[in-house]
Design a protein around this ligand. Structure first.
Ligand code: FAD
Length: 748
């Protein structure tokens, strides 16, 4: 289990990708999908690089490594139970754990700093804070004073990079770049205290030439609105205060019982194992090597990647770990913002534009390792089957998992595993469930209240994301979609699960994670899970038979066939999940595209359905496997109408146009494309960049509804207020014409 996607863990992941370790399941838990490479951060701030050039896409990297990627934040450890406590999901168990979460600003030690200063750490969050600062400076009329607190390499580099960029911005806006004033404060007597005199002098000259006011021996002990106060009694006025000093370990580490140093960093020995727990490792800024203290720098975190990977591998094999000694002097290439840099190593100091080009070459080469992967088919062959250390009982289970499974008893998963996994879950209880999981029997018994009719639906599909908790949420959401599309409320559900055979503890956890996600969604819909069946299968898969209740009056049912000419078509969520999840395993989808698609798939249709009904929707369906066109035709046919679909108005998930343009389409797409015969102007539309997306199959897609034209605007407004940010009017309902094809595409 890797917690954090810092500079060491990206190296571990790449190594596991190149040399997989059979029998080992690797999981990464990281708060951010895109993790910044600190060496290029100043170049990004200065405007020389774009966002994707300086960030490593952990979602793609994890996929390459064959690792599960859980986007979440660790907030604690249960070391007795060997579980990582996460902010947004149930605890995740580990056998071996490595922590590489960087450092956290310790601003609360300085009065007012939390409130008035912008911390550069954690660096992964700095981009957002930087973009806001950029915007504030652009909008700030007149002079802007910026103070940077911290005179190490980070503070100096950041000052010069910000100054370079902000001066360019003001010039572009037709303003005088000299409106900007910069102050750099450090509590030390000099800047860059860990570098040699020549390097220091080089930077002192650059700072002086650029008009940056340097305040040495200036320990900031209080920050108030637009003012810094130092221990020496100096006051420095500043509109923006950037904090590049005093970082420590994450506060939650104090509760873990791990030995920490005075700044809260985890103490590790030469093997990168924590001094407290040999199954727990740490690397990068968060680790404090007790025998080799070093300053906090990305270069050490990067260098720890290979020995960490090697020692994790050795640990699971039960082999002796190798000690690692970080280098005592290291090459720092520190930039001055304007494509110029200074090289510092021991007593060496070199500078020039060529040093910047050299740095740029090194940094880009480093980043290519994490964006250009060897073809999965042709990567180095696995070593001999690995001999992971297992206990006697676990070894027996592992053998049984690879042996021929008999398939008797409907290939059910063992009762203990199932009851343990499900025992910790708490489905909602409803009065109309007479026999459910609270009193398990051969079947569930539910009452249909007087005046109500029952709505049935079933959906089932296999895992496509390698995150059982999120998969469980999506599977439940997808199944509930049909109920909401009918205008019904969900009442009860039975689950059907297949789970691959394996070590009992792992099977149990997979089931637990997946069903936790599902039950959260079902509970949110007040839908009681009343039973289910779990069997072994080749792949993890989950489905639900869901029952809903609706008024016993067919006119209350929101069916597909109610569209009326003059209505407009409203779509509540963006499309594109099919192509994006076809691209994901091919490493062709950016992590943030996948994040946004997952968030959309996790969004329930319940509130949207209610809103559409309140705004007089005449027909409704949920978008799933047949794609937008398929579901639209399912509506026009029984309604006896035609429809116009406005391609420009379609809400589309970020990245879906790129992946479909690259020809990456879902395996269901060809079947859906057969429906092109329903298009009146298919030939003209063929080369439209969004054409392929109308056939794209959706998982847990949005609702497609027809709404009276006059109510469309308020309906859209209400949908957006409910959180359906991309809800849109995507076309209109037309009277049935003479043409055989019911759908015309608006191409403008
Ligand atoms: C402006 C600036 C410039 C710098 N330039 C250089 C340079 O040129 N060279 C150099 O060597 N060093 C440089 N540094 C120092 C460098 O940034 C750090 O030493 C380096 O980032 C530490 O790397 P790391 O792998 O320990 O952690 P980080 O790079 O901070 O990565 C931590 C990761 O863990 C994740 N994470 C954090 N908390 C949690 C959590 N609770 N749960 C799950 N995930 C979590 C984050 O999302 C992130 O992916 C610079 C620093 C600054 C501020």
């Amino acid at each position: 289990m890797l917690v954090g996607g810092g500079h060491s863990h990206v190296g571990v992941l790449r190594r596991f990708g190149m040399h997989p370790l059979p029998g080992v399941r690797l999981t990464v838990i990281c708060r951010d999908t895109h993790t910044p490479y600190s060496g290029m951060l100043p170049g990004y701030i200065a405007g020389h690089y774009g966002y994707d050039e300086v960030h490593i896409d952990l979602s793609r990297l994890a996929r390459f490594a064959g690792a599960r990627f859980f986007r979440d934040e660790a907030i604690g450890l249960d070391r007795d139970a060997r579980k990582v406590i996460c902010r947004n999901r149930p605890p995740v168990p580990y056998d071996y754990l490595s922590i590489n979460i960087g450092s956290t600003p310790q601003m609360s030690q300085v009065a007012g700093a939390d409130e008035h200063a912008v911390p550069v750490k954690p660096i992964n969050g700095f981009n957002q804070r930087w973009l806001l600062l950029l915007e504030r400076v652009r909008k700030h009329a007149g002079a802007t004073r910026i103070a940077v607190v911290g005179g190490g390499a980070g503070g100096v580099e950041l000052t010069l990079a910000m100054q370079y960029r902000l001066r360019q911005e003001l010039r572009t806006l037709g303003r005088d770049p000299d409106e900007l004033g910069f102050h750099l404060l450090t509590s030390d007597p000099v800047i860059l205290p860990t570098h040699n005199n020549s390097v220091r002098r080089a930077f002192e000259r650059v700072l002086a030439a650029r008009g940056v006011v340097l305040h040495c021996n200036a320990e900031v002990n209080q920050v108030s609105a637009a003012r810094l106060h130092t221990a020496g009694g100096e006051n420095v006025d500043a509109d923006e205060i950037v904090w590049v000093t005093r970082a420590g370990g994450a506060p939650w580490l104090r509760e873990t019982g791990l030995a920490l140093d005075a700044d809260g960093f985890i103490q590790v020995g030469d093997t990168l194992q924590t001094v407290t727990d040999p199954k727990l490792f740490a690397a990068g800024d968060i680790a404090s090597m007790v025998n080799h203290p070093r300053e906090k720098a990305g270069v050490f975190a990067v260098r720890q990647g290979p020995p960490l990977a090697e020692n994790l591998r050795r640990a699971v094999h039960g082999q002796a770990l190798k000690p690692y000694r970080p280098q005592s002097s290291w090459l720092a290439l520190i930039s001055t913002g304007d494509r110029y840099a200074v090289a510092s190593r021991g007593a060496l100091c070199l500078q020039g534009a060529w040093v910047w080009r050299w740095k740029d070459w090194i940094d880009r080469r480093f980043m290519r390792k994490f964006s250009e992967f060897p073809n999965m088919e042709t990567r180095p062959a696995d070593a001999a089957p690995s001999s992971v250390i297992l206990g006697e009982e676990e070894a027996a289970q592992a053998l049984s998992a690879i042996a021929m499974r008999c398939g008797g008893c409907g290939a059910k998963v063992g009762a203990t595993v199932l009851s343990r996994a499900l025992g910790a879950l708490h489905p909602v209880e409803r009065d109309d469930v007479l026999v459910g999981l609270h009193a398990p029997d051969d079947a569930a018994v539910v009452r249909v209240p007087p005046g109500k009719a029952m709505v049935h639906t079933v959906d089932f599909f296999r895992d496509f994301i390698d995150d059982p908790y999120i998969f469980g949420k999506i599977a439940a959401n997808h199944a509930l979609g049909d109920i909401f599309a009918m205008g019904a409320e969900a009442q009860s559900a039975t689950a059907i699960v297949t789970v691959p055979a394996g070590l009992e503890a792992k099977v149990e956890d997979t089931l637990f994670q997946m069903m936790s996600g599902a039950i959260e969604v079902l509970n949110d819909a007040n839908c009681a899970l009343v039973g289910g069946h779990t069997g072994e299968g080749r792949e993890l898969a989950l489905g639900f038979a869901v029952n809903g209740l609706i008024d016993d009056d067919i006119r209350a049912v929101l069916r597909k066939g109610g569209m009326r000419p003059g209505d407009v078509l409203v779509l509540t969520k963006p499309i594109g999940t099919g192509t994006l999840f076809a691209a994901h395993p091919l490493l062709k989808a950016r992590g943030r595209w996948i994040d946004a698609a997952l968030a959309s798939m996790c969004q329930s249709n319940r509130l949207a359905a209610q809103c559409l009904r309140e705004h007089g929707a005449t027909a409704c369906t949920d978008l799933t496997g047949f794609g937008l066109l398929g579901h639209l035709v399912e509506m026009t046919k029984p309604s006896g109408v035609d429809a116009e679909l406005d391609l420009a108005a379609l809400p589309i998930l970020e990245g879906a146009e790129e992946t479909s343009a690259a020809g990456i389409l879902s395996s269901l797409q060809p079947a859906n494309v057969r429906l092109r015969r329903a298009l009146r102007n298919q030939q003209q539309a063929l080369h439209h960049p969004r054409y392929a997306l109308i056939f794209d199959p959706q998982t847990a897609g949005g609702l497609l509804a027809s709404v009276p034209q006059a109510r469309a605007e308020p309906c859209l407004k209400a949908l957006r207020a409910l959180g359906y940010a991309q809800a849109a009017v995507i076309g209109r309902v037309l009277p049935q014409g003479d043409a055989l094809e019911p759908i015309v595409l608006k191409l403008g």
